[in-house]
Design a protein around this ligand. Structure first.
Ligand code: AHR
Length: 492
């Protein structure tokens, strides 16, 4: 029996909805085919956006979407993607597969997608190969309501009102594909770019996000915070989970993996907590009397591409193992909501740890989608401190705690989300609630299956949530969590 305690009188604050954010890059079949099919497509669409994908994302709860990259962002010149489609420049996507990018999905299309989804846009600007003027013009094009050259150009292209885009990334992975810079050099550029990213409306202040560290590059965060922290609202962090950390050319398959890779993936996922705590500590040390947030603006699993897929398209299947990775990361972000202000899983459709896969007209929801849907109630809720007495699962250096939990309270009640990481053993959970009002109703849901279980075209519902029995006790509730599962309990 595992004992957990949820303490209603201790909280780190409100879980920012943007912790449940997503990322869409011009990469493989994420934007084209996955989201955007064009107005003339026989796949049902509204203004070119796939209706099935948009509807599914709305149901899951998508607060924010990052675009256009990733590495693509630092090669992207936004003017290539505005104006009449037939005259838009055709370029080569040099980062991802060397395919032709016809720029039919640009600023107007991205912001139309966000309108349909009802989510906040987050645009990553080009620092690696762009100019300060180009970046500054993009902000003006999107946000200037009055008269100005950029506002007039936007109107000529059919958009009268400004979009008031709040979230702007100052480059992406400046230490790597975004320019191979040293942190000192990037910090200076960041100061310069941030200076010319203007606010055009006092009601809509923009939020500037510095390109942050790769995994445990704490020096990057330190230098950027020390030298440019005063110019930005947040600093990012990128950390992808792989089973075999040593070699990027041998990441292991997304399906049909051995149990050792199941546990090593989960063990590597738990490392996110240490990363978040250490980067947050550095941010706090240098932020002065302002609050600078941490945006984990790329996270998720990264496996070998599916056999036969273009290696540059990063297309991978998604199993119960991915569902557990999502549950652990989201629990960690919830429990560190005092510093983690945003997180974006990579990527939205057909790329890496996608919540949706498409094939022609067909679409399926991955196990990761279901975790986001089950965790939706945490968005904007008050995080509650929790403690859990977990046992160990796995073997050797890949031992992990069997249970991982987060909890929050909102007007809809109390939401407790728990993952059982053990591939073989179910777990009896006895959860006590303290410092909370009387609870008289409980509803449980669970997502479970073999670690390698996945949804495929033709068997789209092999993995989906089902009800889970739970019983109220004198001081809380009890439930049995199946092996390899993610459970969500709503109490009122
Ligand atoms: O998500 C795929 C790539 O991973 C992104 O383009 C880049 O930022 C990261 O290295």
């Amino acid at each position: 029996m595992a004992k957990a305690i949820i303490n209603g009188s201790r909280s780190k604050g409100v879980i920012h909805p943007n912790i449940y954010g997503h990322f869409s890059e011009h990469l493989g079949r994420c934007i084209y085919n996955g989201i955007y099919v064009g107005e003339g497509s026989d796949i049902p669409n509204v203004n070119g956006m796939r209706t099935d994908v948009v509807e599914a994302l709305k149901k899951m709860g998508i607060p924010l979407l990052r675009w256009p990259g990733g590495c693509f962002a630092d090669t992207y010149h936004w003017r290539d993607g505005i104006g009449p489609k037939e005259s838009r420049k055709k370029i080569v996507n040099t980062n991802w597969g060397g395919v032709t990018e016809d720029n039919s999905f640009g600023t107007h299309e991205f912001l139309e997608l966000c309108r349909q989804l009802g989510c906040e846009p987050y645009i990553s600007g080009n620092v690696g190969s762009g100019t300060v003027q180009e970046f500054s013009d993009w902000v003006e094009y999107c946000n200037m309501g009055g008269q100005s050259p950029m506002a007039e150009e936007r109107r000529r292209n059919g958009q009268d009102a400004p979009w008031n885009v709040k979230y702007w990334g100052i480059g992406n992975e400046a230490w790597g594909c975004g320019g191979n810079m040293r942190p000192e050099f990037y910090a200076d550029l960041c100061r310069q770019y941030a200076t010319y990213m203007r606010n055009y409306d006092s009601q809509h202040q923009i939020y500037k996000i510095a390109s942050g560290a790769n995994v445990e590059d704490y020096r990057w965060t330190k230098v950027v915070m020390e030298q440019a922290g005063h110019c930005v609202d947040a600093v990012s962090l990128h950390y992808y989970t792989r089973p075999r950390t040593a070699d990027w050319n041998d990441k292991g398959p997304a399906t049909g993996f051995p149990l050792s890779e199941y546990y090593s993936t989960l063990a590597n996922t738990l490392y996110m907590e240490e990363l978040v705590e250490n980067h947050s500590r550095i941010i706090r040390q240098y932020q002065g009397d302002r609050q600078v947030g941490l945006c984990v603006d790329e996270w998720g699993t990264w496996f070998d591409v599916e056999p036969g897929a273009n290696p540059g398209f990063l297309y991978q299947q998604n199993t119960m193992r991915d569902a557990l990775v999502a549950a652990i990361n989201l629990n960690i972000f919830n429990n560190h909501c005092d510093t983690v202000v945003m997180a974006n899983i990579a990527q939205l459709v057909n790329v890496l740890q996608a919540v949706i896969l498409t094939e022609g007209k067909s679409m399926l929801l991955t196990p990761t989608y279901h975790v986001f849907e089950m965790y939706q109630g945490h968005q904007g809720a008050k995080q509650l401190e929790s403690y859990i007495g977990a046992a160990l699962a796995g073997e050797g250096e890949n031992q992990v705690p069997n249970l991982h939990l987060s909890a929050s309270e909102s007007q809809s009640g109390l939401l407790v989300t728990v993952a059982n990481l053990s591939a073989q053993d179910s777990a009896e959970l006895d959860c006590a609630l303290t410092g909370l009002g009387k609870v008289s109703q409980i509803q449980g849901r669970v997502l479970t299956g073999e670690p390698g279980a996945f949804n495929d075209f033709g068997s789209e519902e092999a993995v989906k949530p089902s009800p889970l029995a739970a019983e109220l006790t004198e001081d809380g509730f009890k439930a049995t969590l199946p092996a390899c599962s993610v459970a969500a309990f709503t109490l009122r």
